[in-house]
Design a protein around this ligand. Structure first.
Ligand code: MRU
Length: 351
């Protein structure tokens, strides 16, 4: 949680989300009072970042149950369930890559199953408590990740990061940026290069905002500068987040991550990914099966609403890529730091 802003907050039957589409020039909150609002907020990236999407979706499932609650007693639990599961599926389809979305929905649905047969008021109250718990737990998880991960950061290190993995991408504190912030508390001499992260500019708009607020010495670079910095020995380590990690340690993260990992491999620079265990998809043997979201052409043809490419130009706009586990030095989780062989280290975390 930050002192000056919050990523998501639920009060008085309303979920407020900081609107990440307009940061940093405008700080305003988008309010959700039903499951459609939540689906829109995830799909349109009002909220983004795997753990933040998960916590938001948990409140979406609460709204879903509330919206169908009249069916529970007036009709039948079966009718309620039909509507409840259909709305949850609609939420699930909002974005395909970050596994935390499905993870949170499944966790809420499993809780419903244990409550089945109780009064609907009790079911709703328990579901809301679980959504609150998922949100609070995420902050604690990030703090744990921060203390494990900061041990890997040498004194005075120059770090390169990609996309936004801070408080904005989570319920508070952050994953990779949380590790950086934890390291900075002990050593103010660290320096961070933040990739701008085209096309959505999460690095320029969000990470730069968070770095400045945290008082961390840093510089914003365009994505193509990273190769030169890495080759010239100016980067001690790269640390970034993950949207889905396969059972073998392949890391799916923001487009551009794979390129950075290949550079790190080539120039022997440590490459770390920090994420909660909820980002691991134990059902996928490798990263090849991870669905990669393709987003609107306009994200590439336009910058902040201004056209930069000719009308009618074809566009290919995958939002994520997969880094092979062979490129990864270590994976940082709230349970500790995992080293190769990742398949056995990950299997040991399976709930
Ligand atoms: O498309 P986004 O902005 O949701 O993508 C976010 C990322 O790729 C982050 O690196 C990832 O979710 C980890 S954030 C803690």
């Amino acid at each position: 949680m930050s002192d000056t802003f919050y990523t998501l907050r639920f009060a008085d039957e309303t979920l407020s989300l900081i609107d990440q589409r307009v940061l940093p020039t405008t700080v305003e909150y988008f309010t959700c009072t039903n499951s459609s609002d939540v689906e829109f907020a995830i799909r349109d990236m009002v909220v983004r970042g795997a753990p933040a999407i998960g916590a938001t979706a948990a409140y979406g499932v609460y709204f879903s149950a509330k919206e169908s609650s009249s069916l529970y007693e007036s009709s039948s639990p079966e009718e309620f369930e039909k509507a409840f599961y259909a709305t949850n599926r609609f939420l699930f389809d909002a974005r395909p890559t970050a596994v935390n979305l499905g993870w949170a929905i499944e966790r809420m649905e499993k809780a419903y199953i244990t409550l089945k047969g109780k009064q609907i008021e009790e079911i709703l109250s328990e579901l809301l408590s679980l959504a609150d718990f998922i949100t609070e737990e995420d902050v604690a998880i990030n703090k744990a990740m921060g203390s494990f991960g900061s041990e890997l950061i040498p004194e005075g290190a120059t770090i390169l990061t990609h996309c936004n993995t801070g408080a904005l991408a989570t319920a508070g504190w952050g994953t990779a940026l949380g590790v950086i912030k934890t390291a900075h508390r002990a050593d103010q001499s660290i320096f961070v290069y933040a990739d701008e992260t085209r096309p959505r500019l999460q690095g320029a708009r969000l990470t730069a905002w968070e770095l400045k607020m945290a008082g961390i010495n840093s510089a914003l670079i365009s994505d193509s500068v990273a190769a030169t910095l890495i080759r010239d020995g100016k980067i001690d380590l790269v640390i970034l987040g993950a949207d889905r990690v396969a059972a073998n340690g392949d890391v799916c993260n923001k487009i551009g991550t794979f390129m950075l990992s290949a550079l790190c491999k080539m120039y022997h620079v440590p490459f770390y990914s920090a994420f909660p265990v909820s980002t691991i998809d134990f059902s996928l043997a490798t990263g090849e099966q991870i669905p990669i979201e393709e987003r609107d052409a306009e994200e590439v043809t336009h910058i902040q609403g201004v056209r930069v490419a000719p009308t009618g130009m074809n566009v290919y706009n995958p939002a994520f890529d997969v880094t092979p586990h062979e490129h990864v030095t270590a994976l940082i989780t709230e349970k500790g730091v995992l080293y190769p062989p990742f398949d056995t280290a990950i299997a040991a975390l399976k709930p």
